[in-house]
Each structure stands twice: as C-alpha cells, then as structure tokens.
Design a binder for this molecule. Sequence first.
Ligand code: ADE
Length: 248
Amino acid sequence: MTIAILSALPEEQGGLVQALEAPERIEHACRSFWRGRLYGHDLVLALSGIGKVAAASTAATLAERFGVRRMLFTGVAGGVGQGVRIGDTVVASEYLQHDMDASPIFPRWEVPGHGTRLACDRQLTAILSEAANRALTTTEGSFSPESAAAPAARMHCGLMASGDRFVSTAAESQRLRGELLAAGHDVLAVEMEGAAVAQVCRDHGLPFAAVRTISDRADDSAHVDFPHFIRHVAGPRADAIVHGFLRL
Ligand code: ADE
C-alpha cells in the first residue's frame, strides 16, 4: 500500500529523498516525484509548491497516477491559536479554507457540496500525533528557543486553516482568528495547502493526515521568522516526525 508524503517546499521535506531505498525519480506535470521504500513501506515523495491549486493538482496526481492509498502532509504553519508558539508542532484534526467565501449564496467558509470543515483520518492522525510527540523529545526534531528561559516546544492537535495568503500582520491574524472563533471555529494555525489536499483526498476516499511545525506567529515578524525557521528547523523536524511515523 503506497503512502504519499507531500510538502510544499524542499525544506519542509527534510532529507527524505536521500533516505529512500531504491529511489526512482519521475517527472510529471512540471514536478519531480520520488518513488522508493523506507522501513518496508512503498512511498512517493512530492513537492507541490505553494498554494491550494498547486497542492490540489499534486494530490490529484498522487491519487490518479501513482495510486497512493494514504496521504501525509509535512510542513510549516503560522501559529494563530492561543499558546501556539514558534517551534511547536500542530497535527490537524480538521481543516477549513479561510479564504472560501461564496456568501450570501452559501454560508461563509463553506465549500459548496463539502461543508465547512473537512476531517482528517482519525487513525492516521493518531499515529502521526504519536510520532510528532516523540520527535519533540529527540535531538534532531527538537527546537532550542533563543532564550533558555523560553518554554519547551509543545504538541497541539486541532483545527487548521488554509488560504492563498501568507498571513503577515498581527491585525490580519487577529481578524481572521476572531471572525472564525465567533462562528465556533477555533483555528490553531494557518498555512496554504492542507485544506485543498484534504478535499482531494475526500473525493478519492483516501485517508489523509497533516503535521505542521510553527515557523512564525502570522504577525508583523512573520516575514523574518519564516525564512529563518524554514532554513534551520523545518527539515530536521519533518525528518524526525516522518521517520517516527513510518516506524510505528
Ligand atoms: N506558512 C507558514 N507561515 C505562514 C503564514 N504566516 N501564513 C500562511 N502560511 C504560512
């Protein structure tokens, strides 16, 4: 049963390509896909690029052409939930698209025909949460905050929101979180792909799970924190989580 491991950017994929046994590179639809084995699993690794359309296109290819039976997303996200800090890990239990708005014809945030929230696969999410928790305690996966007094990184599991925007001001982040919270959606983190992959996986009946490390707080420093974090922390953390996941 082939598992797809999808990320938007190479830094979010860590060293997984290098770790593959019997790696085979396949070029398709302007992307490189890597087929191989790891810990006895058949894998396909893919980079979608940034945004919901790129992610949906890549996920559909993985389902249609590569016949994958499970899909996993690894990457980074901006923390918007209370107590969700840089270096923390968020495993998605559900997704919504924060930029979907077909109101007044349909309720705000509802994807017509799909509802507002898309649930991730429970079993896969439980295994991923276990792996993510363990990764926080290993050397490669841990994050050393600048200040020794800073609290240790934590794991959260909950609602994640995707949209075609890099959220980079405290005002936007607070507005987005506030509006969603007022409608009962307590979002922990924002990113730009996961909800699209969740929707494609639902169409294809594929179990889907996603894990994101918090690279920034989606605030006025996000444009500084994001590149630093993605260069130094995202890869080792993704490696630790995925290796752990495949071994569980
Ligand atoms: N991915 C990581 N940080 C993000 C942010 N602030 N907004 C959207 N996607 C992100």
